[in-house]
Design a binder for this molecule. Structure first.
Ligand code: FAD
Length: 461
């Protein structure tokens, strides 16, 4: 249309998927417009997700580590918590990163438009009344917290964004959902002084990970939190003057209990339908996900979709890689999203990290695996940190010794899993890990040793 802003490539959504796609396409010579409805670039991840949660988790870890040292001859006394100071620290971290993105966009001459975009045709969107015409587009609109329909409207009921605001430290907190996001926020509030109850519908916390990998985390938080209710549903929440009365339905929980705040962390839903994909002719499934092929193309060859809006796992590093593929495919490169594994990490204490095949999946799919598991009680570094309750587990093809999956629980598991991810991507076998000299004494040795356990050269653990 005449007078409309023109873009070679229009990117809707400035999260990790969207900004990656925008920057890559600009580097490849395209004139790029990036639209986001938020005040700053970075999407959920930088503004209300990965980064602020990790800043708060760092604070929690320092508090807990300091308390743990009491058993090793070093006492600090009770922490003096200044919520304004902690919020300022978090905002500073987020601000540096989102500001950095704005500078990177300027340097690449990526035009950033603020507002909500909706398709008005196969080559146009409307953003707050303004039309932008595009040759190609990338939908990177991410996801939002799923809202349980029976929860009443009450300011004491928060989603993850509200929890990250850290308005106060409630005396009694219920975390609804024992997945990664719920457990990370539980950790923050517990360290700051809340009494925490976690309620999870399935029979284990972090249902995607193997039970043995989650066990050290479960043991530690079970000893610290008021209650962890498994196989339990919340059936209602009634606001009252004394707090939020929550009704439970489960085998061993109370029938109900009162909390000062409830954090609902029961999953996220994709922002697929909100862009009015139908106006462009882009297909979206009934859950709001936009189906794509391996080049991240939707049913229309000139419109791509990436990140949380295209499906699980809803993780920033997946969105980033998909963003790069989409930009390169849009620029005519021969490329495809071809990751063998996408690692997942819970940044709890201890951390839980896994990648590739899990034992549960192997059993369900009838895939033969043999494992090599190395208990951290036999790691000098873990013992010297006062943290012997960890495990490094590798799953191998019994015939070829190929690494098929990995699960690690313990401090720094999120960093350690990277070696296993590389091993799986490279098609490494057990010997590749066991013959690699790992520095001593490090937690990384447990990967080589897990391979040796599989080979039978380390026994008697
Ligand atoms: P998003 O980051 O969701 O960005 C989408 C952007 O599009 C948003 O800015 C949104 O406002 C904008 N938008 C949506 N619709 C429109 C529209 N119509 N017009 C204009 N703009 C629009 N992942 C990890 O890998 N590691 C972690 O540690 C981690 N921690 C997390 C902690 C929390 C509390 C939460 C909530 C999530 C966490 N995640 C983590 C998940 C991670 O944040 C997401 O996977 C990631 O942000 C997805 O990126 P994306 O580019 O798909 O979209």
């Amino acid at each position: 249309p005449e007078g409309a802003m023109q873009a070679d490539l229009l990117v809707i959504g400035g999260g990790p998927g969207g900004y990656t796609a925008a920057f890559r396409a600009a580097d490849l010579g395209r004139q790029v417009v990036l639209v986001d409805r938020g005040e700053t670039l970075g999407g959920v991840c930088l503004n209300v997700g990965c980064i602020p949660s990790k800043a708060l988790l760092h604070v929690a870890k320092v508090i807990e580590d300091a308390a743990d040292m009491g058993a090793h001859g070093l006492s600090f006394g009770a922490p003096q918590v200044d919520l304004d100071g902690i919020r300022g620290y978090k905002a500073g971290v987020v601000g540096r990163l989102t500001g950095g993105l704005a500078a990177l966009a300027r340097r690449r001459k990526v035009q950033v438009v603020r507002g909500t975009a909706r398709f008005t045709g196969p080559h146009t969107v409307a953003v707050e009344g303004q039309t932008i015409a595009f040759a190609q587009a990338v939908v990177a609109t991410g996801s939002e917290p799923f809202r349980l329909p029976f929860l009443p409207d009450d300011p004491r009921i928060m989603d993850s964004t509200g929890a990250l605001d850290l308005a106060d430290v409630p005396a009694r907190l219920l975390v609804l959902g024992g997945g990664i996001i719920g457990l990370e926020m539980a950790q923050v509030y517990h360290a700051l002084g809340s009494r925490v109850t976690v309620v999870e519908m399935t029979d284990q916390i972090i249902p995607g990970a193997d039970r043995d990998i989650v066990a050290p985390l479960m043991a530690r938080i079970a000893a610290r939190y008021d209650r962890i209710l498994l196989s339990t549903r919340v059936t209602g929440v009634t606001p009252g003057a004394e707090g939020l009365r929550v009704a439970f339905d489960g085998p061993d929980g109370p029938q109900d209990a009162v909390f000062d705040r409830v954090l609902a962390a029961v999953g996220r839903r994709p922002n697929g339908a909100e862009v009015d994909p139908g106006a462009a002719g882009v297909a979206v499934d009934d859950r709001g996900f936009i189906p794509v092929d391996r080049q991240m193309r939707t049913n229309l060859a000139h419109i791509f979709a990436i990140g949380d809006v295209v499906g699980q796992p809803m993780l920033a590093h997946k969105a980033v890689h998909e963003g790069k593929v989409a930009a390169e495919a849009a620029c005519g490169h021969k490329t495809a999203f071809d990751a063998r594994v996408i690692p997942a990490v819970a940044y709890t204490d201890p951390e839980v990290a896994w990648a590739g095949l899990t034992e549960t999946q192997a059993r369900a799919q009838g895939i033969a695996v043999r494992k090599g598991a190395f208990p951290w009680a036999a790691s000098g570094r873990a013992l010297s940190m006062g943290r012997d309750a960890g495990v490094t587990k590798l799953l191998f093809d019994p015939d070829t010794g190929r690494v098929l999956g990995a699960g690690i629980c313990g401090p720094n598991a999120g960093e350690l899993i990277a070696e296993a991810v590389l091993a799986i991507e490279m098609g490494a076998v057990a010997e590749d890990l066991s013959l690699t000299i790992h520095p001593h004494p490090t937690l990384s040795e447990t990967l080589g040793l897990a391979a040796e356990v599989f080979e039978g050269t380390v026994t008697d653990l």
